[in-house]
Ligand binder design. Structure first.
Ligand code: ZN
Ligand code: ZN
Ligand code: ZN
Ligand code: ZN
Length: 481
């Protein structure tokens, strides 16, 4: 700016000097023509909006005016107003001095830019969820739906709904992988196994229930029959491998076991369970009484259910011999009827034995399940006897079926029958007994329990901590099933 003003001054001086030399040549002559030489003075400066005005004065006194043309605008790029989420903005070149605008461009509104801030509740496979969002620009908040996720199905992987067996088809489908959904699709049958494996080989082994081998004093006979009793194979051996069709069940009979071991009459061979281990009661039977009928000494009991009579009928409950064997080391059964003189004679000794403690410190009532089975009287009569004679033992309600199982061992009354922890009926005595006889048979059951488990009977008076578990109830003879 300063150089510009300086330039103007220099120009004015030069003009003045030129005018001076002309003045010498002509202005003094009065009439003769001369070139006016004006000295210009700015009256109003031009800017970008207005023209300016200047006056010139010649030494001859002549004056003149001239228009000074507008200057250029000085533009700057501005955005005003700026675009917001919801309203358009403008961008333009705007003159710093006069505000003149050019190249005006509309800036479109940005729209909100939503960012998730919280899931109010999530969507699942089929139902939408809801979430809260905040605009990154203007901080507005708004709720939005979360789209259902759809089922998460992998068409290439199958879930097994039912494993096929040798006899029944299985089922597979694709399950939705999302937890808690339960949706499945594409249910497809799986062929039963006998299509892919028409024959199976069974390895039949005779072992004691504790897994030990049987004594080799004599060789048993293993016979395999189909369901109609037709013989399919036999061997005199402790182990026998046989290949059979897989679409049916066959049965094994074992006879000629070493002395004292009780043969189980018939074991099913189930395809898929190719190691058919036939378990023989682990300890030989010491007491054998000649009996007939349903249960015999050496039979394995069925898991007979029965109702237990309590002093109030509201407290009666159901249990079974099998269930008792899960809690006790053996079962002692007493067969009686209310008007039986010998039964009533032995009852006080029986109660005392039940309430007593063994030489090993065991409370018999904690170790042996003692069940009184009545063969004749009504459940009400049994309840009255329990109340009036304060009988602490388990008293079975009258049940023809339950008592019938034992009736042929108990040919007369009372008869006591003891069953070991594997469910084998080990022995019986008919006739009234004294307290020491009862505890003697309780001890026999406990000794047998530890013998089967290959353990020492712990002496509880010495705070022994030995723990043992009885093997499972042996399968009942099929004849009775
Ligand atoms: Zn002049
Ligand atoms: Zn301007
Ligand atoms: Zn916004
Ligand atoms: Zn799903």
């Amino acid at each position: 700016m300063r150089t510009k003003i300086l330039g103007k001054i220099i120009l004015s001086v030069a003009l003045a000097l030129a005018a001076g030399s002309f003045a010498l040549a002509g202005c003094g002559g009065g009439q003769s023509a001369h070139e006016h030489s004006y000295v210009w003075t700015t009256v109003s400066a031009a800017d970008c909006k207005h023209e300016g005005l200047a006056t010139g004065k010649c030494s001859c006194g002549d004056t003149k005016t001239k228009i000074l043309s507008k200057t250029d605008h000085v533009y700057k790029l501005v955005e005003n107003p700026a675009a917001t989420c919801l309203s358009d903005g403008k961008r333009m070149q705007k003159c710093l001095y006069c505000g003149a605008e050019k190249d005006v461009v509309t800036l479109p509104r940005t729209g909100h830019k939503w960012k998730d801030v919280a899931v109010l509740y999530d969507a699942d496979c089929q139902n939408p969820g809801r979430k809260l969002c905040e605009c990154e620009y203007c901080r507005d908040k708004q709720e939005f739906e979360i789209e259902p996720k759809g089922h998460d199905i992998d068409e290439n992987s199958w879930d097994i709904d039912k494993e096929p067996t040798f006899f029944e088809d299985g089922l597979k489908s694709h399950h939705c992988k999302r937890e808690g959904c339960g949706y499945r699709t594409g249910e497809t049958k799986i062929d039963s196994l006998h299509y892919s494996q028409p024959e199976v080989t069974y390895n039949i082994k005779l072992l004691k229930t504790n897994g030990d081998s049987l004594p080799r004093t004599s060789t048993p006979t293993i016979t395999v029959r189909d369901k109609d009793g037709l013989q399919k194979g036999a061997a005199d051996a402790f182990e026998y491998a046989i290949t059979l069709p897989s679409d049916q069940i066959f049965y094994v009979e074992v006879s000629g076991l070493p002395e004292g071991y009780i043969p189980q009459e018939s074991y099913p061979l189930i395809p898929g369970e190719s190691d058919a281990v036939i378990k023989i009661p682990a300890a030989p039977i010491e007491f054998v009484t000649e009996t007939h009928g349903r249960y015999a000494i050496g039979s394995v009991i069925i898991d007979d259910p029965f109702t237990v009579v309590e002093e109030s009928s509201a407290n009666d409950y159901k249990t079974s011999l099998g269930a008792l064997l899960k809690e006790y080391k053996g079962i002692f059964i007493n067969m009686y009827f209310n008007s039986c003189g010998a039964c009533n004679y032995e009852l006080p000794a029986f109660v005392s034995a039940y309430n007593s403690v063994s030489a090993y410190g065991e409370k018999y009532s904690d170790e042996i399940a003692v069940v009184m089975i009545n063969c004749t009287d009504s459940t009400d009569a049994i309840r009255t006897k329990k109340i009036t004679e304060h009988i602490p033992m388990t008293m079975a309600a009258h049940d023809r079926w339950l008592s019938a199982h034992f009736e042929n061992i108990a040919k007369a009354y009372p008869t006591s029958i003891w069953i070991d922890c594997e469910g084998v009926i080990v022995g019986s005595v008919t006739g009234a007994m004294g307290q020491n006889s009862f505890t003697g048979y309780f001890d026999l059951l406990l000794d047998r329990y530890y013998k089967i488990n290959g353990a020492e009977r712990p002496n509880k008076t010495e705070q022994s901590t030995v723990k043992t578990a009885c093997p499972a109830l042996l399968p009942a003879k099929r004849r009775y099933a």
